[in-house]
Ligand binder design. Structure first.
Ligand SMILES: [Zn+2]
Ligand SMILES: [Zn+2]
Ligand SMILES: [Zn+2]
Length: 184
């Protein structure tokens, strides 16, 4: 699992280098406010996924698309069981192993992230760019927002390297209260 995801990280770098969906990405990252046109986020995410799969010659099957859509149903992380429940009613070959494989595909290709502490999934707001899974999770509204902190990643990698440790995967999950919940 770990080595597989590391591979995905490397592949992401090449997707980023060819400049895939940079514009789409900025728009959806900015839309992370409480009241916003979320349909826009979903459309951007699906368009970005289509573009990324085409660029990498990967199949964006109807099930993969549906799973991505469900994960993007809001900015709150979605649990695997909730996903399975929603998909059960649809005829997309949604037996649990198939759904888990679709989730793995989306994770490996940087389209969604797994929030470990919640065992849940959230859409990536800048797919196609190499980045770490750093998250700010609001305890009030439940939204998980991606934190861009490349310097922090570098600092951790440098600190680890001093101890002869090669950092491969980094996930940081910070809980607290988001800016929108503070305002309301
Ligand atoms: Zn949204
Ligand atoms: Zn991301
Ligand atoms: Zn909040």
């Amino acid at each position: 699992m770990a080595s597989g995801r590391n591979g995905a990280y490397n592949r992401l770098v090449s997707a980023w280098q060819i400049g895939a969906n940079r514009d789409l990405v900025k728009k959806s990252a900015k839309a992370l406010v409480h009241s916003h046109d979320h349909q826009h986020c979903v459309e951007d995410a699906l368009a970005a996924a289509e573009k990324l799969c085409a660029a990498k010659d990967l199949r964006f099957t109807p099930l993969r698309r549906r799973v991505l859509e469900f994960v993007w149903s809001s900015h709150k992380p979605v649990g695997a069981y909730a996903l399975l429940d929603k998909l059960r009613s649809e005829d997309l070959g949604s037996a649990p192993p198939t759904v888990y494989r679709a989730l793995d595909f989306l994770i490996e290709n940087g389209l969604i992230h797994r929030i470990e502490r919640m065992n849940a999934f959230v859409g990536c707001s800048h797919p196609g760019e190499a980045h770490r899974g750093f998250f700010l999770i609001c305890a009030d509204c439940g939204n998980a927002e991606e934190l861009e902190a490349e310097e922090l990643g570098k600092a951790i990698a440098a600190g680890a390297a001093k101890r002869g440790f090669t950092a491969r995967e980094m996930t940081l999950e910070v809980t607290g209260v988001c800016g929108d919940c503070h305002k309301s």
